[in-house]
Design a binder for this molecule. Structure first.
Ligand code: FAD
Length: 386
């Protein structure tokens, strides 16, 4: 590994954290890196196989306690996200959606029966979960969602549709958010329930190594115990998003690190005008600036992680982290692409794949603009969303 850690930030990590990182890095090198460019090209990723590998290592619901989850620290979970996304944002998305969205929603808001039913299988990767909040007509503004749930005797009837749902085409259970007479509520919906269909969204030019789907909910009858009893109001799904965004703060750095690593190696071997392009001052200026942003992003992520482990993390802090680290990661990926010249657009190198993936990462879990508005509200006391 080239000396990307200019500031010796690894010295801020404990031995245990370094060990966890090394184990995840090995798994990624073994099971993901050799295949991921092919998955990206074909748009097919072996989600179940990967989920079992990740589950065996304790990466699914890694930061949750009990029900077969590893109960690790926020920093350890962040480091795992970074290593996963150094291979591909789609692979990290699989883990984020499973652990921080679907499992977290059930873990935090589910009944004991729901937790026992779903969480142990999801922790091992035997069961796949997804999280349906976004709809075709409501993305940044989920408060206006169209999906409804109405009471039907003891049970519920769910009607509507969800769009852009990661893991949906392969999922066993979906956490679906719907409007009811009592406000927004969440439901744990087995995907084989009559009336539920999930169709893969094809033709994505980003996050191709990730299964994304549209879920149609056609008069879906659910028993009374499908509702997540403790999730009342929009703040419940938003709290799940804060969990997942935290992983993105770290993950995006992984994609950026892989790009920078690739660019430095390439610049050292590619010769133009009789010398390696790494010997040109303009190339070195680019590399220096990118390494600085990467290290600043790491400090930010680590600060958020340590704050989370002390129990003091606030949603706007995570907004700041996601806004900065994804924005800088995409800038790094694009700059690295220039260093690789024409080879930068080839799938032989991971750089444009990362850059393309980061376009989705910039948009999902709250767009950059929405996170700017979150920070703007915090700074001014004025909500400028609507
Ligand atoms: P819109 O909300 O229509 O926004 C379009 C543009 O308008 C953006 O630039 C936005 O910032 C801007 N905008 C909107 N409102 C404002 C405002 N008030 N002020 C200023 N600018 C504004 N969703 C899930 O629920 N579950 C998933 O698993 C999931 N996985 C995804 C996977 C992928 C690959 C992608 C691409 C998306 C996924 N999403 C998922 C959906 C994602 O969360 C939404 O795309 C995102 O919230 C933005 O919604 P939108 O696409 O409808 O854009």
């Amino acid at each position: 590994m080239l000396p990307l850690d200019l500031l010796d930030l690894d010295s801020l990590l404990t031995d245990e954290e370094l060990q966890i990182r090394a184990v995840v890095r090995r798994l990624v090198d073994d099971k993901v890196r050799p295949h991921v460019a092919g998955w990206y090209e074909t748009g097919h990723v072996p989600v179940r196989e990967l989920a079992r590998d990740f589950g065996a290592l304790g990466l699914l619901g890694m930061h949750l306690e009990g029900y077969g989850c590893a109960g690790s620290s926020a920093v350890a979970y962040g480091l795992a996200c970074l290593e996963l996304e150094a291979a591909d944002s789609g692979v990290r998305s699989l883990v984020s959606v499973q652990g921080s969205l679907a499992m977290f929603a059930i873990w935090k808001y589910g009944s004991e029966e729901q937790k026992q039913r779903w969480l142990p299988g999801m922790a091992t990767g035997e069961l796949i979960g997804c999280f349906g909040l976004t709809e075709p007509d409501h993305g940044s503004d989920p408060a206006n969602m169209s999906t409804r749930a109405r009471r039907d005797g003891d049970g519920w009837v769910l009607h509507g549709g969800k769009m852009w749902i990661t893991n949906a085409p392969v999922a066993d259970v979906a956490v679906i958010w719907a409007r009811t007479d009592e406000g927004v509520r969440g439901f744990a919906v087995p995907m084989d329930t009559p009336g539920v269909t999930a169709k893969e969204i094809t033709g994505k030019l980003s996050l191709r190594a990730s299964a994304t789907g549209e879920i149609v909910l056609d008069e879906v009858r659910l028993p009374a115990d499908a509702i997540l009893p403790a999730a009342a109001g929009l703040k419940a799904p938003l709290s799940c998003l804060t969990e997942a965004r935290y992983g993105i703060v770290w993950g995006a750095l992984g994609a950026a690190r892989d790009c920078l690593h690739t660019a430095i190696e390439y610049a050292g071997t590619r010769t133009q005008f009789g010398k390696p392009i790494a010997a040109f001052q303009l190339t070195q200026a680019k590399l220096a600036d990118m390494a600085l942003e990467l290290q600043k992003g790491f400090l930010l992520a680590l600060h958020l992680g340590r704050t989370a482990d002390r129990g003091g993390l606030r949603p706007e802090m995570v907004s700041a982290g996601k806004l900065n680290n994804v924005r800088e990661a995409i800038a790094i990926a694009r700059q690295c692409r220039t260093i690789l010249g024409a080879n930068g657009v080839s799938g032989e190198y991971p750089v444009l794949r990362h850059a393309n993936n980061l376009e989705s990462v910039l948009t999902y879990e709250g767009t950059s603009e929405i996170h700017q508005l979150v920070l703007g509200q915090r700074l001014t006391g004025i909500a400028a969303f609507a």
